[in-house]
Design a protein around this ligand. Structure first.
Ligand SMILES: C[S@@+](CC[C@H](N)C(=O)[O-])C[C@H]1O[C@@H](n2cnc3c(N)ncnc32)[C@H](O)[C@@H]1O
Length: 300
């Protein structure tokens, strides 16, 4: 049976303009209200890349997906919460954009006490990650193939993430694409609100102007404190990092923490305001982005 993500995504109808939406023929209209202003678009931080799996990836997907991948239709069901997918409660570590899972697989084995949730919309990468996971027998890992921003907004409570990882997010180097960069003010406010007090957001990039944008955005986020740090010791060298180094770019690591002492009510309100002020707020429980975006991948 072919059970690729492409197959999953064909069943995720997210193209309606405030009208009916369905997953596997199940109408979600009641649970997924249209935006009050009728706008139904999102700026996505990822682009469509090939969804076709090669024979090895397909085999890996068929053998292991049911164990580690949370089915999209499960996640879009009313009332679903991501922490419920784990076998037992524990500190939640999230990686956004796991690629082929190099960092996630090594993290999962080194932090058995934590629940590790990896997001990746690129099917072949998820299949490769499954292959890596199958060699570890990790019970504390789950993977989601939906848009991480939508999931953080809709499926996670505030103050629920202990550690957030964003390593080598798509750089969107062309100026006209900068608006697609994941680390922007709106997403920073959302991510900060989802960190537990004392929780950290670790980032790395090989694009100097994206590093500057990250600092600018995160320095101005009222719930976060931090800046450029030493290379995170647990971070393995990934394909994207190697590619950046080979191109002569230097790597910048950043760590921002939500201070353990409660933020002032004013700064919390400011942060919440910054988040809800962004046009196209996801708080209306829009359906998640699927791989339906046909724009070209302009990332490194
Ligand atoms: C440049 S790659 C880096 C992969 C990996 N972190 C590494 O260092 O090798 C960025 C990945 O993030 C994924 N991605 C971007 N935005 C995403 C989102 N909102 N939700 C899930 N995955 C996303 C892309 O599909 C892409 O595979």
């Amino acid at each position: 049976m072919r059970s690729t993500l492409a197959h999953h995504d064909k069943r995720l109808n997210t193209s309606g303009r405030g009208g009916s939406r369905s997953v596997e023929g199940v109408e979600l209209t009641a649970a997924v209200p249209a935006r009050p202003d009728g706008v139904n678009w999102e700026i996505r931080s990822y682009a469509r890349r090939g969804t076709r799996l090669n024979a090895r990836q397909q085999e890996s997907w068929d053998r292991h997906a049911t164990r580690w991948v949370v089915a999209p239709e499960t996640q879009t069901a009313p009332g679903f919460r991501l922490p419920d997918v784990f076998e037992r409660p524990g500190p939640l570590i999230i990686e956004i954009g796991l690629g082929v899972g190099e960092a996630l697989v090594s993290l999962a084995t080194s932090r058995p006490e934590a629940n590790v949730l990896g997001f990746e919309v690129w099917a072949p990468g998820v299949a490769q990650c499954l292959n890596g996971l199958s060699r570890t027998d990790a019970r504390n890992v789950r993977l989601s193939t939906l848009d991480a921003a939508w999931c953080l907004d809709n499926l996670l409570e505030p103050a629920s993430i202990t550690e957030l990882w964003t390593f080598f997010p798509d750089p969107w180097p062309k100026a006209r694409h900068h608006k697609r960069r994941l680390v922007n003010r709106r997403f920073a406010a959302l991510a900060a609100s989802r960190l537990v007090p004392g929780g950290s957001w670790r980032l790395a990039t090989d694009w100097p102007d994206y590093a500057d944008q990250m600092r600018e955005v995160l320095d101005s986020e009222p719930l976060l404190r931090g800046g450029v740090t030493e290379r995170f010791a647990d971070r393995p060298l990934t394909r994207f990092e190697r590619r950046g180094l080979a191109a002569g770019r230097s790597i910048v690591d950043l760590t921002y923490t939500r201070p353990a002492e409660a933020a002032s009510p004013e700064s919390q309100a400011l942060s919440a305001q910054a988040y809800s002020d962004r046009n196209c707020s996801m708080a209306t429980r829009l359906p998640p982005c699927s791989l339906a975006d046909s724009s070209k991948h302009s990332a490194s």
